[in-house]
Design a protein around this ligand. Structure first.
Ligand code: ZN
Length: 287
């Protein structure tokens, strides 16, 4: 009994060690490829180690699927997107600490909870949380390439490209694709031989359906917050609204609408909470 406990302890310590090493390697690649800032490296290492160490291989590889696909998409047609990003988005292409925590924080929390109170429901919540952040990132990266300007989710009026709360067919399609991709990777991992610690529902197509619905629902929630309570600033010089405190032209912007603490990172984190909740609810219904 004692020997088994020591062995189990060593296996857990080993999982954490592998988690730290893998997160370090991936964060370093992210830093070198300019997907992460210095503080973003810290955020990616903390969330990566927690998700891998507590959630195991399947959870860790799902996080990697999000990180790799989002980083690749951010470099896709970069020149075309950079003008919009500079003018509208609060931050550039490099993810910083609060962005890393906004994206991976909920999944990390769920991995810890899953280990402390084992239930197959937590894996669905984790899939939902990662489907949510992947949906949002894919929608942001690809949505700005839509041939026509988006429309506000609340008023239906045409708004400039990159406006928070603006939705387009390409952006919504990208959100659905990004969410489905996470579900597909979860399903794929569950097909592999060996102890992947994934629940039974991840071996059927149910997990893809859960990810798709959770991710799409959270993307719409994200847009709804963006159109209503997210803090938006206004540049008097350019007469344009933006997420930036200092506009790309160098002018100090002023608050236009929304709650001061509700920045893009808070919106993304809340969207991942919704994704997790929808994922957990769905597995109770169909799992
Ligand atoms: Zn300006």
């Amino acid at each position: 009994m004692k020997a088994i406990e020591i062995l189990n302890g060593n296996v857990e310590a080993l999982t954490f060690l592998i988690g730290v090493i893998l997160s370090s390697i991936i964060s370093f690649i992210g830093y070198k490829s300019e997907s992460l800032s210095r503080s973003g490296v810290v955020g990616a290492m903390v969330t990566g180690t927690l998700i891998f160490g507590f959630g195991g291989w399947a959870a860790g590889l799902l996080l990697l699927a999000f990180f790799a696909s989002s980083s690749a998409l951010s470099h896709f047609r970069e020149a075309q997107k950079s003008a919009v990003a500079e003018e509208k988005f609060s931050k550039g292409g490099k993810r910083d600490l609060s962005q890393a925590l906004a994206n991976g924080g909920m999944a990390a929390l769920l991995a810890v909870v899953w280990r402390l109170w084992p239930s197959t429901i937590w894996f669905a919540a984790l899939v939902g949380a990662l489907a949510a952040v992947n949906a949002d990132t894919w929608a942001t990266e690809l949505g700005v390439l839509n041939p026509h300007p988006p429309r506000s989710i609340t008023t239906g009026r045409v708004v400039p490209v990159g406006t928070s709360g603006g939705i387009s067919p390409l952006g919504t399609g990208a959100a659905l694709a990004g969410a489905t991709f996470i579900g597909f990777v979860a399903w794929l991992l569950a097909q592999l031989p060996g102890a992947w610690l994934t629940p039974a529902y991840s071996r059927s197509l149910t997990v893809i359906l859960i990810a798709a619905i959770a991710g799409l629902a959270s993307a719409l929630f994200d847009s709804l917050l963006g159109a209503t309570v997210q803090q938006i600033y206004y540049c008097d010089h350019c007469q344009k609204d933006t997420e930036r405190v200092v506009h790309s032209c160098g002018t100090q912007t002023r608050a236009l609408r929304g709650w001061s603490w509700m920045d893009n990172d808070v919106v993304n984190f809340l969207a991942s909470v919704i994704g997790a909740a929808v994922g957990a609810a769905l597995v109770r219904i169909v799992g």
